[in-house]
Design a protein around this ligand. Structure first.
Ligand SMILES: [Mg+2]
Length: 336
């Protein structure tokens, strides 16, 4: 298998790994640690979990379902477009019973309900300011290996129907750009962080102007915390308390870069740190691990992890390996 294919597969499996590994975590680290101790494996959603009660170990959530739905639609349409994004997200919402599902995020719900009521896709996401824009954008980075500017342009398009705000576009463009750079044969974590900050800066000039901290500065802050000499638990606490791990995209994206650096780019370690950090752990995990997987490639994943993800009936419906084949062909076609 060529190196690019290994990295595309790493990105997609990383997305699913971080999502499923973080799924059982509670919103507060003390709750998570009291319930589980240190999370080091796939675990089921606890019965009293507000969003993931009853989910089996290894189950992906909305983050990966939306990412893979987008990938499927972009491959089918042959490009990243507003129309393909609307088609994928609305179909996903209907498929998962979005009106009553606890895990549709606030911006996606508002956007999809507006779209279903006939709103112009350029207006439906006018107030979408939460982390859904970034949780699903890894696949756009994968469509643009080595081309962060192309990734930034398409990431912004993918935000329009549900997350058409400067803050959401900043977060999505940061992740897409970092993954585009991670897919280079000579990728480094420093280059990924630099691309993330570039994406955050360019992205915040797009969409409706929206209040929010600078994601560029949040990434910088999270990376500084991640590189401290303190023990990992202290650094996770600091990320949780200072950068944050809520649904705010400024927090999620900043913290995901912090987790990536703490883990030195290793997907399983990134999943573990994201899960134990808590907060919106599955989203931080999905983003951090998609970046880590793109950086390290599929060879960095233990076989039993791939086996668990391959066995998950929801994940199976998206056929990660088929998507990776499609992305590889898409990249080859667009390079001509
Ligand atoms: Mg989720």
């Amino acid at each position: 298998m060529n190196e690019l294919k290994q990295k595309i597969l790493g990105c997609l499996y990383g997305q699913a790994l971080g999502d499923a590994w973080g799924m059982p975590a509670y919103f507060h680290p003390e709750q998570t640690w009291k319930h589980y101790g240190w999370i080091t494996e796939f675990l089921p959603g606890p019965a009293d979990h507000e969003v993931h009660a009853g989910l089996p170990a290894g189950r992906i959530t909305d983050d990966s379902e939306q990412a893979f739905s987008l990938a499927r639609a972009y491959l089918k349409h042959g490009s990243v477009s507003i129309e393909a994004t609307v088609e994928a997200i609305v179909a996903w919402y209907d498929r998962t019973g979005g009106d009553t599902s606890p895990y549709v995020g606030p911006s996606t719900r508002r956007g999809v309900q507006a779209l279903k009521a006939g709103a112009d896709p350029h207006k439906a996401g006018a107030r979408g300011d939460t982390n859904g824009a970034a949780m699903r954008v890894s696949v756009i980075g994968a469509l643009h290996p080595g081309d962060p500017m192309g990734a930034i342009e398409d990431a912004a398009i993918s935000c329009i129907p549900t997350h058409n705000t400067s803050v959401a576009m900043s977060g999505a463009c940061a992740i897409a750009a970092a993954i585009a750079v991670a897919l280079r044969p000579d990728a480094t974590l420093d280059a990924m962080v630099a691309a993330g900050m570039l994406g955050a800066e360019l992205g915040r000039k797009k969409g409706n102007y929206w209040l929010g901290a600078s994601i560029t500065r949040k990434i910088e802050q999270a990376v500084q915390i991640a590189r401290k000499g303190t023990d990992p638990l202290a650094r996770l606490w600091e990320l949780y308390e200072v950068v944050g791990s809520s649904l705010a995209i400024t927090e999620t994206v900043g913290t995901a870069f912090g987790v990536l650096i703490m883990a030195d780019g290793d997907p399983k370690q990134a999943a573990t740190y994201a899960a134990n950090l808590s907060g919106d752990a599955d989203t931080v995990g999905a983003i951090a691990c998609a970046m880590a997987g793109a950086y390290k490639g599929i060879g960095a994943f233990e076989q039993h992890i791939l086996d668990v993800l391959d066995a998950d009936p929801i994940n199976k419906t998206y056929d990660i390996r088929g998507l990776a084949d499609g992305i590889e062909q898409y990249v080859a076609q667009h390079a001509k």
